[in-house]
Design a protein around this ligand. Structure first.
Ligand SMILES: O=C(O)CCC(=O)C(=O)O
Length: 370
């Protein structure tokens, strides 16, 4: 889809107050311009707590959207990385993706594979069909898939992994201090023809900067059903348009990424793929590919929206204080599949700046400048 010209939108907005919403969107389209440096400065101040949310409360929605994205980067700049994770850090920051080979040991891997098999067997035995993307779990008959949005409820190993080192350190390095665990997905893909539905088309994740850790439970070769990722595309501050409709084409990345080279993320069971889901990615489907099983942990900065979840209580209690803190927001959130009232997403909460701009605690032990 061609982007409308900003000048044209602004002209229409000036001529007719009914185009106010369009004018807000026009703000969202502009990624650079005379006011862009101010956005970065204000974002730094919000992250440092030297500017209050109230001071930007009258900004228009499109500009608040840009501020939120800049704020995520400002927070991330305060993250601390252990020296031994330097290679992973470089991969994530420059490409938006890095594969850690053999991270999951044989015993944990066997336990996770058994949990996954039990989960799929239960869903198939009950013929439980997911009625929407946010359903807790179920069959996706049109996609030959079985999906859970609440894998922490049946995988204590995954809870331990999400709330301990090195994953929590990676999340802290990439997102800044105090990351929160957002969701755990499980996905089994049976062989299936290429598709343009859901996560099988090019998209970004409607969140901005976010870290995912995809644990491979089966071997995934290039002829199977690997995820595909456009390296370097994670740095884009997508306009607010792209949060109302996140279907993308490769040509979109070609306009801002010098070498667009979709990477097939292959590996063997036990490998973990770390990626920023702000970059272009998609699941690849193949009728001749092997069955693919994965578990995916999502992390975000505090103030990000959560689907919620019901993690195995004993597994959470067994975590360190930092690990329990990372799960605290999830435990306090009513899962989306149990809500009777739709609270909307973070786009609806942009004007409530305090809800998403959580200043970074300033103490020499928790902050650092890059
Ligand atoms: O399953 C896949 O390969 C794609 C997953 C995906 O799009 C996501 O986790 O955001």
């Amino acid at each position: 889809m061609r982007q409308p010209s900003v000048a044209g939108l602004a002209r229409r907005a000036r001529a007719n107050p009914a185009y106010q919403r369009t004018a807000e969107l026009a703000d969202g389209i502009v990624d650079s311009g005379p006011w862009a440096p101010d956005i970065d400065l204000v974002a730094e101040q919000l992250a440092a707590g030297t500017r209050s949310a109230r001071e930007v409360a009258d900004w228009r929605v499109g500009r608040l959207h840009q501020l939120r994205l800049a704020y995520q980067e400002a927070r991330a700049g305060r993250g601390q990385w252990p020296a031994e994770l330097a290679e992973l850090r470089t991969g994530l920051e420059s490409d938006g993706v890095h594969v850690w080979r053999g991270l999951v040991g044989p015993d944990e891997l066997a336990a996770m594979q058994a949990e996954m098999d039990a989960f799929v067997a239960r869903i198939e035995a009950d013929h439980l069909v997911a009625t929407r993307y946010q359903s807790r779990e179920g069959l996706w008959p049109e996609d030959a898939a079985v999906v859970s949005n609440d894998a922490f409820a049946w995988s204590p190993e995954l809870v331990a992994m999400a709330g301990g080192p090195p994953l929590l350190e990676i999340a802290e390095g990439y997102l800044g201090p105090g990351p929160v665990v957002q969701r755990a997905q499980a996905m089994r893909y049976q062989p299936h023809q290429p598709s343009d539905r859901h996560q099988f088309r090019w998209h970004h994740d409607l969140e901005g900067r976010r870290l995912k850790a995809m644990v491979l439970l089966t071997d995934v070769g290039s002829g199977d059903q690997p995820m595909t990722y456009v390296a370097g595309s994670h740095r884009r501050r997508h306009s607010i348009h792209r949060y109302h409709d996140n279907r993308l084409r490769l040509g979109y990345a070609e306009r801002y990424t010098r070498h667009v080279e979709p990477r097939l993320l292959t590996g063997v069971a036990g490998d973990v793929i770390f990626f920023d889901s702000n970059g272009l990615h998609r699941g690849t489907r193949r009728p001749t590919g092997a069955v693919r099983d994965v578990l995916v942990i999502e992390y975000a900065a505090p103030g990000s929206p959560l689907m919620g979840g019901r993690p195995v209580p004993d597994a959470v209690h067994g975590l360190s204080d930092d690990g329990q803190a990372a799960f605290a927001t999830m435990l306090a959130t009513e899962p989306v599949w149990e809500r009777t009232v739709d609270r909307g997403g973070w786009l609806d909460q942009l004007i409530d700046v305090e809800s998403w701009a959580v200043p970074v605690q300033t103490s020499s032990s928790t902050t650092s400048t890059p």
